[in-house]
Design a protein. Structure first.
Length: 185
């Protein structure tokens, strides 16, 4: 047997290979404590600080979103109110325009009726004037025709204008009297 095997056999007899040596356990504990203290002293506060900042940002973002949503809701309600007011105003303006249109139409009808009445009255006046003119012309023509006829019947000239005018007036008066009796029938 060689010497290494003897040493290994001697050591193997009293030690368990799964259990570490005491100095290894002590040094491992010292390293673990140093690393733990360093972690709690330096790393944990920074990690906590970063997590707190993130949670503050998230909470601030949520609050800002809630405020923005409340403002959006308020703005939407204002918009809807303005829209409703605008619709009411448009309906009022349409009704006002309809009323004004009816008033203008009534006014135009009244003006047209007045103009038609004026034209009819003017036409009646003109007709009356033309009738009077025609009656006058017919009387003169009838008078001269009556004188001519009287001259032919009598066989002599009726040269005296006073007698001629008197005869014409008497003849026309008789015609008017006959026309008045004929109309009364």
């Amino acid at each position: 047997m060689n010497g290494i095997q003897l040493l290994a056999a001697a050591d193997a007899g009293d030690k368990n290979p799964l259990i570490p040596e005491v100095p290894d356990i002590v040094w491992s504990l010292i390293c673990l404590i140093v690393i733990g203290v360093a972690f709690w002293k330096y790393v944990a506060p920074r990690l906590t600080k970063v997590l707190d900042e993130r949670s503050e940002k998230i909470e601030g973002g949520i609050e800002k979103a809630a405020v923005a949503q409340a403002e959006a809701e308020s703005t939407l309600q204002q918009y809807q109110q303005q829209l409703a007011d605008a619709r009411l105003e448009a309906a009022r303006i349409r009704e006002e325009a309809r009323t004004q249109g009816q008033q203008i139409l009534a006014q135009l009808r009244a003006e047209a009726q007045a103009e038609a009445d004026r034209i009819v009255a003017s036409g009646h006046t003109q007709l009356e004037a033309q009738r009077q003119q025609i009656v006058t012309e017919l009387r003169a023509e009838l008078g001269s025709t009556a004188v001519d006829l009287a001259e032919k019947i009598i066989g002599q000239s009726v040269a005296d204008e006073a007698k001629q005018a008197e005869s014409i007036d008497r003849f026309l008066a008789e015609l008017d009297l006959q026309a008045g009796i004929g109309v009364g029938r």
